[in-house]
Design a protein around this ligand. Structure first.
Ligand code: AIR
Length: 427
């Protein structure tokens, strides 16, 4: 059979995690060659990249060798050293490559303090907050404005539940981490929704349907994402408009995830914006006519964006590492159809690490979210991710091993009932 692969451009990705892995596949499906630069350690995307670089992200000589293989450069995470970003901006000025999202966008969004300040300047709704440089603060002053139930987020570097602590209630300023941070009130009765927005280099915009994010407050991690978000058509439309307004205000190029709180009073507040493809968009791989990954590649290469459409209600369950799961997690990335109709298991091929580390996910579609949840096996993920659906064994094991065990109801139920604390962190 004749295979014709038209190489339109060379895409470089800094970061080699699961997000880079699916970006790689989406780019290659469009005939684009991909170079990945990843730090030493786990880097699933290196298995798929056409050209591979392993280097520290502040190794400027390695970055320069990498740049020589790229026409357009993008990222799978925002935690890139400032000096590297500034070097990329200088290289771009000299015509070495195009960097998207733009360096100024990344420099601002990667710092939660700068991001919050920007949201306020742009008149975009967000929770009230205080910026701290450390923990030498007056507790009365802090709690006088924000209340005693607080969330502290380190300004830089936090993700996957790290860099966020809930102090509800705070009793002493010494409980605060002594780092630059954003402190905001801890919301207890809210939903969390996210909207993926794609904006291309020439300004075309596409907005994905809002999703609902349901989380584990102990790990401060998202357990599942569902679409439709179950927030009503009017609120869904408002969430899309708000997300679009934020990305237009940024003149952002690429895919962005806009995470929002929906308060008990029906108000939408932007929690945070990530300048990249996002965990909350994994279900677009099954649920939509175009995935967030493909749309990001199109956006940064200035190819036509596809108008995204929801094909089916869907759910995504994160597989978060837990002690004792070492033997379960494959060391190679893989995609496997599960016996339940419409359910697919994705492994990232990462080495077991700290509890809560994202090791894979399950996507499932169904006639509604409830059916998709059952197919994904949220009570007992199919044979604990082994691919066989063995209800009896799954149920027995679920008490000890299922990350969702012990929950009488899926978090989406309690969220729909208007309860549940919010997570506030970056994913
Ligand atoms: N990521 C980036 N920001 C947040 C997340 N979850 C993805 C990226 C990154 C990978 O997680 O794909 O490369 C790093 O995962 P880990 O488990 O190695 O920290």
């Amino acid at each position: 059979m004749l295979t014709v692969r038209v190489v339109m451009r060379r895409l470089g990705i800094i970061g080699g995690g699961q997000l880079a892995l699916y970006l790689c596949e989406a780019a290659q499906a469009l005939g684009v060659e991909v170079a990945v630069l990843a730090e030493p350690g786990d880097a699933p995307a290196l298995r798929r990249a056409d050209t591979r670089f392993i280097a520290a992200l502040d190794d400027i000589a390695a970055i320069d060798r990498f740049l020589a293989c790229c026409d357009v450069l993008t990222f799978d995470k925002e935690a890139i050293p400032d000096d590297t970003l500034l070097h990329l901006a200088a290289a771009e000025t000299q015509g070495a490559c195009v960097v998207l999202p733009r360096v100024d966008t990344l420099l601002m969004l990667k710092d939660k303090g700068l991001q919050k300040t920007w949201l306020v300047e742009q008149n975009l709704p967000t929770l009230p907050f205080k910026l701290l440089s450390g923990n030498s603060v007056s507790l009365d002053e802090l709690t006088g404005t924000l209340g005693r139930s607080l969330v502290q987020k380190s300004s830089r570097g936090g993700y996957d539940g790290r860099g966020v602590q809930v102090l509800a209630p705070i009793t002493s300023a010494r409980e605060l981490w002594d780092v630059p941070s954003v402190v905001e009130p801890y919301l207890t009765h809210c939903r969390e929704v996210a909207v993926i927005v794609a904006r291309s280099a020439s300004g075309a915009v596409d907005i994905f349907p809002p999703v609902s994010m349901n989380f584990d407050t102990r790990l401060n991690a998202v357990l599942s994402v569902t679409v439709p978000a179950g927030i009503g058509a009017d609120t869904a439309g408002e969430a899309q408009q708000l997300a679009c307004r934020a990305i237009e205000a940024l003149s952002g190029v690429g895919v962005f995830a806009v995470e929002m709180f929906l308060t008990a009073g029906g108000e939408l507040l932007i929690n945070e914006i990530s300048p990249r493809v996002h965990n909350s968009g994994h279900l677009t791989l099954q649920a939509c006519n175009v995935s967030q990954f493909s749309q990001h590649v199109r956006a940064v290469l200035d190819l036509p964006l596809l108008p995204s459409r929801l094909l089916s209600p869907a759910v995504m369950l994160n597989i978060l590492y837990r002690e004792n799961d070492r033997a379960i997690c494959p060391r190679e990335p893989s995609v496997q159809a599960l016996p339940e109709p419409g359910a697919t298991l994705y492994w990232y091929g990462k080495t077991p690490g700290h509890p809560g580390r994202k090791m894979g996910h399950i996507n499932a579609v169904g006639r509604d979210v409830d059916q998709a949840l059952v197919r994904a096996g949220w009570r007992c993920p199919p044979a604990r991710y082994g691919g066989r659906v063995d209800r009896a064994a799954g149920d027995r094991r679920s008490d000890q091993r299922n990350p969702l065990a012990g929950r009488r109801r899926h978090p989406v139920d309690s969220a729909n009932a208007g309860g549940g604390a919010c997570r506030h962190g970056r994913h």
